[in-house]
Design a protein around this ligand. Structure first.
Ligand code: UFG
Length: 337
């Protein structure tokens, strides 16, 4: 009886492992370390005091995936594994479709073969494309504007089809807004490879003196200070949402898409100031052109998560930045080599 956590050594996956163990769940972690480090497992042990069953698995390999289901009695899957860089997906679309869809097909095949009928999927607010209004509700039209977003959209549809074909399936599609933050221990956090694409890790690298200056992509949006507004959510809040989703799936069948956000929007300048306050470090920035494909404002209506999962975010942006600053200070080179 175990929950399979794919991509369990990644940023959101690792924080979710802790919350699952705190809730008394038994877990098995599968990852191929394509964007994470084995050191995460040591850190998880330090935090939880538990040895986490782990398998290094390429989920695009059907036989390897089957071994997991043979070895463990898997009752539920939380499927984080996947490539996630928007720009890279535009340059290498086939790699994204092959990896994100291929791994999901193998997982679903094995779920069907081994009688496992519950899956939580890491979807994204990216499926709303450029929203016409905010806050965003789950019944807003969905569309994607890059291959990464399309993999999320396609997998949502595939999982919905699965529920139509078999009334015993339960699927929760969690649409994450902008996860930042780190565990309060400072032992785990976000450690992106190379130059970060996302705002928070970029701010960190500039604050640490590893990159010279932050580019603020546009200050002429119709927002309160002209910069883009997003719904930043603490990764620990997000992780707890997955524990609630498991509970929900055990009581409800069919597919549900649910936003995980705070419902509050913060601008680029506001996030920079919050990080400066938390870290005591000034972050130099310059305003540049808008980044193609960026929405002016994107934040959730999180009321469905409250209604169905009994979940809402606890932490505000100051706490998110304090936890990131601690992680950054304790691990200036992330998890290292
Ligand atoms: N931004 C900058 N400078 C940077 C990076 C970002 O000004 O160096 C701005 C962006 O223009 C945007 C905001 O900071 O206004 C947030 O940008 P991120 O790249 O951090 O996040 P996005 O909202 O663009 O995208 C994120 C994830 C996607 C996910 C999407 C869902 O990266 O995977 O949220 O809305 F799909």
């Amino acid at each position: 009886m175990a929950v399979l956590v794919t991509g369990g050594t990644g940023f959101i996956g690792s924080h979710t492992c802790i919350e699952l163990l705190n809730a008394g769940e038994e877990i098995v972690v599968a990852d191929n370390f394509s964007n994470s480090k084995p050191e995460v497992l040591n850190r998880l042990k330090k935090i939880t005091g538990k040895d986490i069953p782990f398998k290094k698995v390429d989920l695009c390999d059907e036989a390897e995936t089957e071994k997991l289901f043979k070895e463990y009695k898997i009752d539920e899957v939380i499927h984080f594994a996947g490539y996630k860089a928007v720009g890279e997906s535009v340059a290498e679309p086939l790699m994204y479709y092959e990896n994100n869809l291929g791994s999901t097909f193998n997982i679903i095949k094995m779920m069907k073969k081994y009688g496992c009928k519950r899956i939580v999927f890491s979807s994204s607010a990216t499926v709303y494309g450029i929203p016409e209004t905010v806050p965003i509700k789950e019944d807003f039209p969905i569309s994607a504007i890059n291959p990464y977003g399309r993999t999320k959209l396609f997998i949502e549809e595939i999982l919905r089809d699965l529920c139509v074909s078999d009334a015993d399936f339960s699927v929760v599609l969690l649409r994450y807004f902008n996860p930042i933050g780190a565990h309060e221990s400072g032992l785990i956090g976000e450690d992106p490879k190379g130059i970060p694409n996302n705002l928070m890790p970029y701010i960190c690298k500039v604050a640490a003196g590893k990159l010279p200056i932050l580019s603020v992509y546009g200050n002429d949006y119709p927002t309160r200070d002209g910069s883009g507004v997003r719904d930043y959510i603490h990764v620990v809040d997000l992780a707890k949402g997955h524990v609630c989703a498991l509970d929900y799936m055990r009581k409800n069948k069919g597919a549900k898409a649910i936003n995980l956000g705070t419902g509050n929007g913060y601008s680029v300048f506001e996030l920079v100031r919050a990080y400066e306050k938390a870290s005591g470090i000034t972050v130099p920035f310059k305003v540049t052109e808008r980044r193609p494909g960026d929405a002016a404002e994107c934040y959730a209506d999180p009321s469905l998560a409250k209604e169905l999962l009994g979940w809402s975010a606890e932490y505000g942006v100051d706490r998110m930045c304090e936890d990131v600053a601690r992680w950054q200070k304790m691990n200036p080179d992330g998890y290292g080599d």
